[in-house]
Design a protein around this ligand. Structure first.
Ligand code: ADP
Ligand code: MG
Length: 249
């Protein structure tokens, strides 16, 4: 579904992502892990068109999307969430989600139909599937941090992506918010048949839901495989030494 080959990105003379190849199968759940500064967010930005690679290609379902603008990659079926929360704080939860549908369908209001009347059923259904029913009138900026991340997931889902990239979906969450988010992600992925690529620092989360793990270190993939293979890999153990494989940043 998603095929990254030999992708590179330097900032000045610094190689943030160096010759990374990664493939993600249809409906597969894949985690990219690695210490802070390893290049995870940069890799995601290269896949979604937010950064242009110096070298290498990205293919979505066989079609090359390398370097295409983010809106086009989004329309082709790649949704994403950001490491930092990205909602409209002064709109309500309902309005945030409704706006995401309007943008995706390129509809504003017109003389005959007001924008507020469009996609109300879709919005209500999405609200329920992200577990925010009852919060529709809450201003997004006043939601708890965990609920804002849930809303952000909803914004990404409004474009009905085939592939969803999540950059640290549980960053900053309490243990119970993390647990709830993971449960939600698993059920949404299964229900919609989503292909999921995510980065995460909480190893418990990674090992509980990833079917494949790629380990990034200083811009390079140093290990890739099933969770138990990666956990046993000596190079991975060396990189994470002193942190343990349970709580790694
Ligand atoms: P991670 O998400 O794994 O923590 P990042 O992809 O954010 O890592 O960053 C990888 C490296 O690239 C870091 O050393 C970071 O400082 C550097 N970097 C990221 N974005 C930029 C940028 N726009 N300009 C310069 N350096 C950057
Ligand atoms: Mg990051």
């Amino acid at each position: 579904m998603l095929e990254v080959s030999g992708i590179c990105k330097s900032f000045g003379g610094f190689r943030a992502v160096s010759n990374v190849s990664l493939s993600v199968g249809t409906k597969q759940i894949v985690a990219v892990i690695g210490p802070n500064g390893a290049g995870k967010s940069t890799l995601f930005n290269l896949i979604t068109g937010h950064l242009q690679p110096d070298n290498g290609t990205v293919r979505l379902d066989g079609r090359e999307i390398t370097g295409a603008p983010p809106y086009r990659i989004c329309r082709m079926g790649v949704g994403r969430s950001f490491q930092r929360t990205n909602v409209f704080p002064r709109l309500t939860v309902f309005e945030n989600l409704q706006a995401a549908f309007l943008v995706h369908h390129r509809r504003g209001g017109n003389f005959w139909t007001r924008a507020e009347d469009l996609y109300r059923d879709d919005t209500a259904a999405l609200l329920a599937s992200i577990g925010l029913t009852g919060q529709e009138r809450t201003l997004a900026g006043t939601l708890s941090y965990g609920n804002q991340k849930q809303l952000e997931l909803g914004l990404a889902l409004a474009s009905s992506p085939a592939v969803l990239l999540l950059d640290e979906p549980t960053a900053g969450m309490s243990a119970s918010e993390t647990h709830e988010t993971i449960r939600l992600l698993e059920s949404i992925a299964a229900e919609r048949g989503l292909t999921l690529l995510f980065t995460e620092h909480d190893m418990e989360v990674v090992f509980s839901i990833a079917q494949k793990i790629a380990v990034l270190h200083q811009g390079r993939i140093i290990a890739e495989g099933r969770p138990e293979e990666v956990r046993a890999d000596p190079e991975v153990r060396r990189v994470y030494l002193g942190h343990g494989l349970t709580h790694t940043q």
